[in-house]
Design a protein around this ligand. Structure first.
Ligand code: PL3
Ligand code: FE2
Ligand code: FE2
Length: 231
């Protein structure tokens, strides 16, 4: 009942809604494509986990298809050029890390930062989504917890030798996420998603992951707020 009341505040057919959706849907489609490519790359870098990583990459392909259908359902053409630019900083940092076989950095970017970003965004989106997109997003978000968990388990098993690289990669990449959140703030709010809620949910998912890997509460506080004040 509650969800119906919330959702009916939105006119999913209005030009304002659809205009914001051309960018938000494109960001999500591009994000799922990046995630797919990143897991394929990780499968090359981590032959021991190859099968599992290929399985994750296939899930990302399915997610991408799902969000493409959400756009079609609302008669929206996603602005993919915009989305490519939106992801370019994180994309470059992942590529550079992969070229140098910095597996820890690759895992931090994809399995922790990007997945926590997706979990926050999808959880906030579900209660305000149109019924078609809500169903799709509910299915997707369950998978994203598994992807976050893959990174957590691997990094926890290699915690001592990964710690310094994780801290450096966090310093380099977390400010990019805060910038990305600022860039999407206005469009997200048209869809009923508030920036403060996105930041909170991101911090919870990311902070919990860092805790499971082995960081102390003090370290988690320092790491997860990195660059936030400047954003
Ligand atoms: C990981 O599997 C996929 C990564 C996707 C990243 C999504 C980031 C989305 C930020 C924009 C917030 C709006 C979400 C709305 C959902 C349709
Ligand atoms: Fe995904
Ligand atoms: Fe994912």
């Amino acid at each position: 009942m509650q969800q119906v009341a919330v959702s009916s505040e939105f006119d999913y057919t209005s030009e304002t809604y659809k205009d914001a959706y051309t960018r938000i849907d494109a960001i999500v489609i591009e994000g799922e494509q990046e995630a797919h490519d990143n897991y394929i790359k990780l499968a090359e870098l981590l032959p021991d986990c190859q099968e599992e990583l290929i399985r994750l990459s296939k899930m990302e392909k399915r997610h991408k298809k799902g969000f493409e259908s959400c756009g079609r359902n609302l008669n929206v053409t996603p602005d993919l050029d915009f989305a490519k630019k939106y992801f370019s900083n994180l994309h470059e940092n992942f590529q550079k890390a992969a070229e140098s076989s910095n597996i820890v950095t690759c895992l931090l970017i994809q399995s922790l930062i990007i997945e926590a970003f997706a979990i926050a965004a999808y959880n906030i989106y579900i209660p305000v989504a149109d019924p078609f997109a809500r169903k799709i997003t509910e299915g997707v978000v369950k998978d994203e917890y598994m992807h976050l968990n893959f990174g957590e388990v691997w990094l926890q098993e290699h915690f001592e030798e990964s710690k310094a690289e994780l801290e450096a990669a966090n310093r380099q990449n977390l400010p990019i996420i805060w910038r990305m959140l600022n860039e999407v703030e206005d469009d997200a709010s048209v869809l009923g998603m508030e920036k403060d809620a996105l930041v909170e949910d991101f911090m919870i998912a990311y902070g919990e992951a860092l805790g499971n890997i082995g960081f102390t509460t003090r370290e988690i506080m320092r790491m997860s707020a990195c660059g936030l004040a400047a954003a």
